[in-house]
Ligand binder design. Sequence first.
Ligand code: IMP
Length: 176
Amino acid sequence: MKIVDLDFEPLIKADAIEKRVKAIGAQLNADYADTKPIFIGVLNGSFLFIADLIKQIDIPCEITFTKLASYYGGTKSSKIRDDIDFIMDISGRDVVVIEDIVDTGNTARYLIEKLKIKGPASLKLCSLLLKPKSLLSKIDELKYVGFEIENDFVVGYGLDYKEMGRNLKGIYKQVK
Ligand code: IMP
């Protein structure tokens, strides 16, 4: 399948994503029972993951969003851009950051440091995808991971290549 100028092939099917999202949701319900966590979705790439995951949450919770980007429409991680200043008061609260993908980990680390200053009671990261071989150093807060993948560039289920492919139900990897 061609997206803009690159070729992609299927990597993770929609029903496998659905199953995994349900499992993570169940885990979050158990881990955060009685704590009224704040979920912070990191836009844009995680919008479908956030929406599907949050529907699995049946404990009282709050949901807010922030917007960070590090790709600028290409396929290589670069400088982080901070689009929305984060305003909700998270001091003393249990916070779960929802990301689409942890690649080098720079974006996640940047966000974690920024949030820690605000004094949450606890701070964990939940990412649909993780590229372990690309991760520059371990992120202790990364507790929930949907799928570990190779160092392939992927699109679909919210993730884009030059803003295209976000609407795909499954996840596709670039054919090298
Ligand atoms: P990191 O800072 O290198 O961990 O990159 C994280 C961000 O880069 C993610 O939130 C995505 O927006 C983007 N990203 C990383 N890998 C991919 C990919 O394979 N496809 C699309 N976007 C990606």
